[in-house]
Design a protein around this ligand. Structure first.
Ligand code: G3H
Ligand code: ZN
Length: 289
């Protein structure tokens, strides 16, 4: 079985990206796993600190490991948007494959200092763990927002990216390239889309020698995602689209069987609804048209 690093290298050499999907419960995990098997592509499941608190960090790692081992399947686990060293260490010790150590809210030099320190601690706990650092502002909250404005000032520059990567030793960088977490209702309704600064991705890729992640993938125009991957994005994070699909599927499952109380008869509608979204995003990211 290839490691997460090897999977990323293979994806980069093939000009495709790995899909990263956030999960908070078993319906979401089943949806992500099923879609990746349908398309025969590797996948990453991610859980933020909130998602891990709900699921249980150790329990989530055990579920993902059991899928990987039983089905000999390239499914990896990422500790998403982790803001404290204690929480990152808990995930590393539980067996996660990567950590997004997100101190992007701190002043730039402080982000560098603390990220560098954290990498030393986390890599001594597990030398093969991959650490992602984040710079620039891509907003918070994988949910429906009233406003989403992205100004030029919050975008990551190529020189900032190079300085951050060289100073910290991160394996993966999450830049701000026009992306933002969450969706507007008009994006959920399919009336508007997010657009990316492809030129900025190209500049950052040329200035660094690490893998690049695109956060805030939900609601992004398909053409922009395709171009972002060509420009050097290796991992794309999708969360809000799954949450919207999960809620819709759950509501459909409940509405169709009004007096049903058996969870395994209601929840498959939520799995199927999320699975369709994951399938469609994985097809796009893996260039399977
Ligand atoms: O880390 C999670 C992602 O960046 C998800 O962003 O909710 O806009 O898809 P999204
Ligand atoms: Zn994110």
């Amino acid at each position: 079985m290839e490691t997460f690093r090897e999977i990323l290298q293979t994806a980069e050499s093939r000009g495709v990206a790995i899909g990263h999907f956030n999960v908070a419960d078993l319906t979401l995990i089943k949806a992500v796993f099923n879609a990746s098997q349908e398309l025969q592509v590797p996948v990453v499941v991610g859980a933020s600190e909130g998602e891990r608190k709900f699921f249980g960090t150790t329990q989530l790692a055990a579920v993902v490991r059991s899928l990987r081992d039983q089905f000999d399947w390239p499914i990896f686990l990422n500790a998403d948007h982790t803001r404290s060293l204690a929480s990152a260490l808990e995930a590393v010790n539980a067996g996660f494959d990567s950590v997004v150590f997100d101190l992007s809210a701190l002043p730039f030099e402080e982000n560098i200092r603390q990220t560098k320190e954290a990498i030393e601690v986390l890599k001594s706990a597990n030398p093969s763990i991959l650490i992602e650092g984040e710079i620039g502002d891509i907003g918070t909250g994988s949910e429906i927002h009233q406003n989403m404005e992205i100004s030029e000032q919050v975008l990551t520059t190529a020189s900032e990216a190079r300085h951050f990567v060289e100073s910290t030793g991160v394996d993966i960088l999450a830049p701000a390239v026009g992306n933002a977490h969450g969706m507007l209702q008009s994006m959920v309704d399919g009336e508007t889309k997010k657009h990316l600064r492809i030129d900025r991705i190209q500049e950052i890729k040329a200035a660094t020698n690490v893998f690049l992640t695109l956060h805030g993938g939900s609601g992004t125009a398909d053409a922009d995602l395709e171009q972002a991957v060509k420009a050097g994005i290796n991992v794309v994070h999708i969360n809000t689209e799954l949450r919207v699909a999960w809620r819709r599927g759950l509501e459909e499952g409940l509405a169709k069987q009004k007096s049903e109380v058996i969870p395994y008869k209601i929840l498959p509608a939520a799995v199927e609804s999320v699975q369709r979204v994951v399938h469609s995003r994985l097809r796009l990211l893996n260039n399977l048209h």
